[in-house]
Design a protein around this ligand. Structure first.
Ligand code: HEC
Length: 108
């Protein structure tokens, strides 16, 4: 009986913690349209030569964007695309793309 009670208590306490720790899907960024023409709305690239962003590590995406911004990555098309966006907008886009399901792996 004690074990059962203990298990019940653990479940009651643990379930909400688990639910909360599962990342909420980020809200759809207002500026998504600026990126979707090349990277797709869900990060599956639609333009040949544009990388897939879906499921990419958040830290990596943030880092890549700051590199385009400060010129360490000197790619005119990306520099132009993020030019008008502020930090918060870029961060929202990075979180959005990172939370999308990665495309299935291709096996040769
Ligand atoms: C006109 C097409 C185009 C648009 C619009 C565009 N991108 Fe890109 N993006 C590219 C291309 C091409 C690359 C690859 C550049 C390179 O070689 O570094 C790229 C690279 C990236 C990368 C680096 C990915 C990696 O794997 O290193 C990120 C992150 C990114 N884009 C985010 C964005 C975001 C966010 C927007 C919208 C604000 C956006 N892009 C708009 C074409 C585009």
């Amino acid at each position: 009986m004690r074990t059962f009670l203990l298990a019940a208590i653990i479940m009651v306490v643990a379930i909400p913690i688990k639910a909360r720790s599962q990342a909420q899907p980020p809200p759809r960024p207002a500026r998504l349209g600026l990126c979707a023409a090349c990277h797709g709305e869900t990060g599956h690239a639609v333009l040949p030569g544009a990388p897939n962003l879906a499921g990419q590590q958040l830290a990596y995406l943030r880092d890549a964007l700051s590199q385009y911004r400060d010129g360490r990555r000197d790619v005119p098309v990306m520099r132009a695309a993020i030019g008008p966006l502020n930090r918060a907008e870029l961060d929202a886009l990075a979180r959005w793309y990172s939370a999308q399901a990665a495309p299935p792996q291709e096996h040769p």
